[in-house]
Design a protein around this ligand. Structure first.
Ligand code: 26V
Length: 810
């Protein structure tokens, strides 16, 4: 560990920055564009980070490798300046050079390395592992293109390529010397000598996995870890010269482009699985390359002491995407290191742990056995053998005559119905299986993984998610953070539980006024961004009511827009109706192939178009859809929010993390008892959150009864709810791009699968009460401050400490 200073002082920083401009561009600082100034500064900070990284850990420290197909990092410059404790020094230095740090930071492009909650959680965990000082490393994929950039045209989501690497990624270092080879396809050959037999793999396609390392700076700057991202390249230069000479350039390059395709694009996580070969290749590539590297390092440090691998190394698998870690680790130990089958299995189980992130059955990954076996023949042999032993073992515990036996097997076997089931593979190879909120873990135990839970209850545990408050409060909300630090000092950056010290300030009128001033400034900042990106002009005297997250039916953005339409209809029909003036802000992407979610986006934009252009209601309500939700603009939105919409149908959202980010930023939650909302509610108490709707057990019971009828909901309230359903198809909302027949049918033909209509009245009522409460500014601010004061628990530092204690044993 080192505590050396990054820069001696402001003058030292300026000199180094100037020199770096000259070295990279041959230009003076003043002659560089803001974009060039950004690249130089980022590379300068990255080089400082790398220098610390090399001496951050000793070999005796246990290493954690966090395997994830996604790390939604967000811009890093501002974050690293904060974590190094040099943000003020650099800001002053830049200012004295005649430039502006914020303007320079704004040049940074969001790395396209994740979808949503799962990927952002992985990024928060990297920050917290470095903060806790452990040797915690990320292992993932370096996608050439991110998900997609979202534009709104005619109200519709339009997807364009996210070429986030176009100008280079200044934080990464390519490590050619650490490349490894990964084999796909080919045959398994059996050898025998003196009664001993072993297997080798031959033929197939060999791909070179090239790592790119990104430094991860821990707060305080003492520990710098790294994130290793893999890129696929051809092993041999199989350029087809004959084809080239014949003028067939596509064929000449085919081999190269087939291989590079593996790391070309990030898959959407919520579009369902359709046997996507490339995805399977991605999963194996980063698993195999990561494990080969881990074992290479281990062997260098500890020799062939494989029995102790699990004591010195933890491999954490983020959802089922890295599920091949188990069999691949076995393959290497058995085939390449000479470890026996049983011992290798014990080592794997001791080393590997697994987090599940959703209860949606469609999300559980499965691969056709034939596809799998052809692509990974040797790996499949290990899976087949482990599955066989698992079944034998089960048979000794449950009699095959026992009616349970087949049903347990049907739920828990790895191989079933011609498919490899990745969740079961993950569970069978892990010593720990965790959910991401108390309710979610309970649902895993009770339903999704119930049979496993009965057999191995000790493996199951909960780890309620958290978010890094250094990014989502300190960096996202400088004005509020300043106020907090003036009140309680800056210890909260290191220890988020110190935010509790804000509780006495709930009685401090001048603090609460200061809070309101800060929030107003943040609303202005967001309003300017909204105007620039969507053209909608928001009045910052209105309540900012925010729902920002991926679009999915279960998250019920539809319920939110129904509420907006209800307010609109009442404003038009009832002159005595006087709701609190509100700006409804939405943001989020829908998977490209997820038609329903895209229709909800079009509906929101159509409703926005109608309402924002109706002078009768304009001083009361506005609707804005912020395009291309990403970590960077999320930070602007969270800080300006006053109401946090967390309205998923109970039992569906594993945890949610925007609920935590918004709570920190003093937004009050309007939500169902779902995911981590329940824990937020327990922490802040009933006066500081607004809960509505059916509970998870009521949702289950209603669905099981088979007695829910959307038409009953419609008929029992023709004037309000019924009217809104009619508006979907009667042309009222069609001005921009047509009616919404499919949403109508989802409700009225498919019988409202997410109980939007069932929770509608309870939701509308809760919203009116909450916005009524907003009128008492002092009481609201007190309650909002209480949300921040209690948010310490939702720092990912706490979550990581729990992983360390209970799962990784550090
Ligand atoms: C995938 C799929 C695929 C098929 C259709 C249904 C569906 C629904 C969701 C997903 C996403 C799965 C992984 C994921 O992003 N989960 C999120 O993880 C967050 C971090 O733990 C958590 O806060 C969110 O509640 C959870 O949705």
């Amino acid at each position: 560990m080192t505590t050396e200073k990054i820069f001696e002082n402001e003058q030292d920083f300026i000199e180094q920055y100037r020199e770096a401009c000259m070295t990279k561009y041959g230009s003076k600082f003043e002659e560089c564009s803001s974009q060039e100034q950004f690249y130089v500064l980022a590379e300068l900070i990255a080089s400082k980070a790398r220098a610390i990284q090399t001496s951050s850990h000793t070999k005796e420290e246990k290493k954690v490798y966090y395997f994830s197909l996604e790390f939604l990092l967000g811009p890093l410059l501002d974050n690293y300046l904060i974590n190094f404790g040099i943000r003020d020094l650099v800001a002053k230095g830049v200012e004295s050079m005649g430039a502006n740090l914020e303007e320079i930071c704004r040049q940074e492009v969001d790395p396209g390395l994740g979808n949503g909650g799962l990927g952002r959680l992985a990024a928060c965990f990297l920050d917290s592992m470095a903060h806790e000082g452990i040797a915690g490393y990320g292992n993932g994929m370096r996608y050439r293109y991110g998900l997609f950039r979202q534009y709104i045209e005619g109200g519709r989501q339009v997807e364009r390529t996210d070429n986030w690497l176009a100008n280079g990624f200044p934080w990464e270092t390519r490590k050619d010397g650490s490349s490894v080879l990964v084999r796909f396809g080919g045959q398994v050959v059996r050898h025998e000598e003196n009664g001993h037999f072993w297997f080798t793999q031959e033929g197939g396609e060999i791909v070179r996995a090239v790592p790119y390392d990104v430094p991860i700076v821990g707060f305080g700057g003492k520990v710098v870890n790294k994130l290793r991202l893999w890129s696929a390249e051809p092993y041999t230069e199989d350029f087809d010269l004959d084809a080239f000479n014949a003028g067939d350039y596509a064929r000449a390059n085919k081999f190269r482009s087939d291989v590079e395709a593996i790391s070309t694009i990030l898959y959407p996580n919520d579009a369902g699985e359709h046997g996507r070969m490339l995805r399977l290749k991605q999963e194996y590539l980063f698993v195999s390359a990561g494990l080969q590297t881990i074992l290479r390092t281990y062997e260098r440090e500890f020799g062939q002491d494989w029995a102790n691998l699990g004591k010195r190394v933890s491999i954490h698998t983020n959802d089922t995407h890295p599920a091949m870690c188990g069999p691949e680790l076995m393959r290497i130990l058995v085939d390449e290191k000479g470890v026996g089958f049983d011992e290798a299995y014990q080592i794997c189980k001791e080393t590997i742990s697994f987090t599940n992130h959703t209860v949606m059955p469609e999300a559980l990954e499965k691969w056709p056995i034939n596809t799998f076996r052809n692509l990974l023949p040797r790996l499949y042999m290990f899976i087949d053998e482990i599955d066989r032993r698992y079944r034998d073992n089960l048979a000794t515990h449950l009699s095959p005559n026992d009616g349970n036996w087949t049903s347990v097997l049907e739920k828990t076997a790895i191989l079933w119905d011609g498919q490899v089931r990745m969740a079961n593979l993950s569970i069978i190879f892990s010593h720990s299986i965790n959910g991401v909120s108390a309710l979610h873990t309970q649902i895993l135990k009770d339903t999704v993984f119930h049979e496993f839970y009965e057999m191995m209850p000790h493996r199951f545990n909960n780890k309620t998610n958290g978010v890094t408050h250094r990014r989502f409060l300190c960096e996202a909300n400088p004005s509020y953070s300043k106020l907090i630090t003036e009140a309680i000092g800056d210890g909260w950056l290191d220890d988020a539980m110190e935010l509790e010290k804000l509780v006495p300030f709930e009685q401090d009128a001048s603090f609460l006024e200061g809070m309101e001033v800060a929030k107003k400034a943040d609303k202005e900042r967001l309003a300017a961004y909204v105007k620039q990106t969507s053209g909608v002009v928001l009045d910052t005297n209105t309540v900012f009511d925010v729902q920002v997250k991926r679009f999915h039916a279960y998250k019920r953005q539809l319920l939110n827009v129904f509420k907006v339409l209800d307010i609109y209809n009442r404003l038009i029909t009832d002159s005595s109706y006087n709701p609190r003036p509100t700006s409804f802000i939405f943001s989020g992407k829908a998977a490209q192939s997820y038609t329903f979610a895209k229709e909800v986006i079009r509906l929101i934009n159509s409703v926005a178009d109608v309402i924002n252009n109706d002078e009768r209601v304009n001083d009361k309500i506005k609707v804005a859809f912020v395009p291309n939700f990403a970590v960077s603009n999320a930070q602007l939105i969270y800080s300006a929010a006053e109401i946090s919409e967390q309205i998923s149908v109970a039992g569906a959202e594993a945890s949610g993390t925007s609920n935590m980010k918004l709570m920190m930023n003093a937004a009050i939650t309007l939500g169902t008892l779902d995911g981590a909302n329940i824990e937020i509610s327990e922490l802040v108490g009933p006066d500081n959150i607004k809960i509505f709707g059916l509970h998870a057990d009521e949702v289950d019971a209603l669905r099981a009864s088979g007695r829910y009828y959307a038409w009953d909901m419609y008929n029992s309230d023709r004037d309000h709810l019924g009217r809104i359903v009619d508006m979907l198809t009667d042309g009222t909302l069609a001005r921009l791009s047509g009616n919404f027949d499919s949403i109508h049918d989802y409700l009225m033909v498919d019988n409202d699968p997410d109980l939007v209509m069932r929770d509608f009245h309870s939701y509308v009522q809760a919203w009116s009460e909450l916005t009524e409460f907003y009128g008492d500014r002092a009481a609201w601010n007190k309650s909002a401050l209480h949300n921040t004061a209690k948010a310490g628990y939702f720092s990912s530092d706490r979550t990581i400490r729990e992983y360390m204690a209970d799962i990784w044993h550090i």
